[in-house]
Design a protein around this ligand. Structure first.
Ligand SMILES: [Zn+2]
Length: 368
């Protein structure tokens, strides 16, 4: 009798023996070629992200190296949401393990079916012709369809500006999953670009005489700036509290402690003050005022159908109570750009600590 050969399965063999093969089967990918990853860190919310391709040779500038937390490439992965660094194996998605098992089983089933088919052929060939009794072995191969593993791309597809790794995340991620550099400004720039597109669309509709829908679209663009800004400040703040004030996490980040504080400049400032950071210190008075005014405007648009109330009028000198607040594309763009400059500055607080941080604190004198 012939030996069982698992021909299609053997194509994936990378080691071991024929009766105990070591296999390397491909992981299912999303339409854009990205692989599912699952962060092992409980601080990550959500846990799922996707990792895509990167060029074989990375062009990393010397001044950018200080922003990375690891040399990009295989070995380890960085959780984009929490910054946790672990072995690549710790980030394998359970669904992928299942999908690979199913794929291997499917290949083995087909191989066994082929093997039985060959046995039948052998048997039939060996039957004597014209004998008293004739026997024929029939084998009907039954192929199950190849198991499907569907992997979808997440809404945010990005490429790290430092190591050029492509990846996908839900909403906001703080770090590149490959080199670990803070990527929060990259994300916010993407938001600002999308908001710019919304404004252009609103302007176009307005010129076509569709002013009502144009006003709504402009309102959405305006809201998106504040939502993205609030979400970004909240994530960075939570990350810094977890890493810098670990024993106060419950007190500072507990239920109701933060709320919507980051929709308001002064309340946001107070929360960051506990970390010794003023996120707005890079802006002049006019810039801060513009952010403040637009945060108040959001409230009027969201809760008062765009009609200025007494509170809003105390911020906006050119309006009387009862008047409809204006939404001008250029103002929204300026609002978004100011928020971006705050985020870009704040990103530096997520940088890895320089290697000789402690000796520097001790007045820079070497030990001895
Ligand atoms: Zn990177």
């Amino acid at each position: 009798m012939r030996d069982i050969r698992l021909r299609s399965l053997e194509k994936y063999r990378v080691g071991g023996t024929r009766d105990k093969m070591e296999l390397a089967l491909p992981v299912p990918t999303s339409p854009s070629g990205k692989v599912y990853k699952y962060s092992p860190s409980p601080d990550a919310q959500p846990r799922l992200f996707l990792i895509g391709n990167a060029p074989d040779e990375r062009n990393i500038g010397e001044d950018e190296r200080g922003r990375m937390r690891r040399e990009p490439g295989p070995g380890q992965t960085v959780c984009p949401y929490s910054g946790y660094i672990g072995d690549d194996d710790d980030f394998v998605h359970a669904d992928d393990i299942e999908a690979i098992k199913k794929h291997a089983l499917w290949l083995a089933e087909n191989d066994l079916s082929d093997f039985v088919g060959e046995l039948a052929k052998d048997f039939n060939r060996r039957q004597p012709r014209g004998g008293f009794i004739s026997m024929k072995m029939e084998h009907k191969p039954r192929r199950r369809p190849k198991p499907l593993a569907i992997r979808e791309d997440l809404l945010r597809s990005l490429e790290c500006e430092i190591c050029e790794r492509q990846y996908g995340v839900y909403a906001l991620a703080l770090f590149c999953p490959d080199c670990g550099a803070p990527n929060v400004a990259l994300h916010f720039r993407r938001e600002v670009a999308l908001i710019g597109e919304q404004i252009a669309l609103a302007d176009e509709l307005d010129q076509q005489g569709k002013s009502e829908i144009a006003y709504r679209l402009m309102g959405n663009a305006h809201e998106d700036v504040l939502t993205a800004f609030e979400a970004t400040l909240k994530s960075v703040h939570a990350q810094l509290v977890r890493t810098h004030l670990p024993d106060q996490v419950e007190k500072i980040l507990g239920k109701k402690a933060v709320g919507n504080a980051f929709q308001n400049v002064e309340r946001g400032r107070k929360l960051f003050a506990k970390l010794g950071i003023d996120p707005f210190d890079g802006l002049d008075e006019a810039g801060i005022k513009h952010i403040q005014l637009n945060a108040e405007k959001r409230h009027v648009l969201g809760h008062n159908l765009g009609i200025a109330d007494d509170h809003y009028v105390s911020f906006a000198e050119d309006l009387e109570p009862g008047e409809t607040v204006t939404l001008i594309g250029d103002d929204i763009r300026r609002f978004a750009d100011l928020c971006l400059s705050v985020v870009a500055r704040l990103e530096d607080s997520l940088l890895p600590a320089p290697p000789n941080d402690e000796s520097k604190e001790n007045s820079g004198q070497p030990d001895g």
